[in-house]
Design a protein around this ligand. Structure first.
Ligand code: NDP
Ligand code: 8X3
Length: 252
């Protein structure tokens, strides 16, 4: 039986990814800060789920938790670095430095430390897959995206650089870059619990769903061993690219 390790599994993409792999017969280690939610989820798949309360910004705990995994869960086949968040949409000159620090700590440092702890085992076993959840925000700047978009650009480039290091090892990495995706807590977190503002993000759209992302991640994980998918970008078809902004001088 293969083993999945997924961070941020208490809601949204992470939970849908865990559910998909478990339904396909895998075992799963599911991590997040809200342990109660992980417990409820785990009870649906007795003996095949290991719920772990883990804040990926607690870097010392990340290392010890992964080092001390129970034997039957210790050989991780696929790691999905999904835990992440956007905080606020303020312009750079007004944004909260605390928000910026938390995004960097979670989306970059947390992801890097989890990866560093899991990778040696994969390389020693000569097989494994890492799927990092980036965002279209890592390629496409938008007003207020400042540090969030920068963290996701980091995720993409870290993934590509992992593949540069992992050539010939049997281990491969992929960055998944979703666009507008509804039905998760992403916008509630971004707007600090302002449900109306969060709801407005999806008004009049048919966004991607967490199940679309889980499908994509499962597809990546089940490619034949000689195939590396470096980066996948996906959007709902109500979303696309726009022109660059031009600020024109007043002519009258
Ligand atoms: P959710 O807010 O629904 O899920 C985020 C998950 O991350 C939660 O389970 C949360 O659990 C966990 N998490 C947050 N901080 C930490 C932490 N410090 N340690 C451990 N777990 C943490 O959002 P989504 O499912 O939408 O987002 C998942 C990922 O997808 C994120 O990386 C996001 O940036 C990315 N993304 C989302 C898009 C969207 O439109 N929804 C589009 C593109 C990318 P808990 O609070 O219990 O710790
Ligand atoms: C989430 C997509 O466009 O809100 O990463 O940044 S976006």
């Amino acid at each position: 039986m293969k083993t999945l390790f997924v961070t941020g599994a208490s809601s949204g993409f992470g939970r849908a990814i865990a559910e998909r792999f478990l339904e396909e017969g895998w075992r799963a280690i599911v991590c997040a800060r809200r342990a109660d939610r992980l417990q409820v989820f785990s009870s649906r798949f007795p003996d095949r789920v290991l719920p772990l309360q883990l804040d990926v910004t607690d870097l010392a705990k990340v290392a010890t938790t992964i080092q001390d995994l129970p034997r039957e869960f210790a050989n991780i086949d696929v790691l999905v670095n999904n835990a992440g968040l956007a905080l606020g949409l303020a312009p750079a000159h007004e944004a909260s430095l605390d928000d910026w620090d938390r995004m960097i700590a979670t989306n970059c440092s947390g992801l890097v430390h989890v990866t560093r702890a899991v990778l040696p085992g994969m390389v020693a076993r000569k097989q494994g897959g890492i799927v990092n959840i980036g965002s279209v925000a890592g390629d496409n700047p938008y007003p207020g995206g400042n540090v969030y978009g920068a963290t996701k650009a980091f995720v993409r480039q870290f993934t590509n650089n992992l593949n540069a290091d992992l050539i010939g090892t049997g281990v491969r990495a992929t960055c998944v870059e979703p666009g507008l995706c509804g039905g998760t807590e992403f916008s509630n977190v971004r707007f600090a619990g302002d449900d109306e503002r969060a709801k407005a993000v999806y008004a009049g759209t048919t966004p991607l769903t967490a199940e679309d992302i889980a499908d994509t991640v499962y597809w990546i994980a089940t490619r034949p061993p000689h195939v590396t998918i470096n980066v996948i970008s996906l959007m709902p078809n109500c979303q696309s690219f726009g022109p660059l902004a031009i600020k024109r001088a007043q002519t009258e």
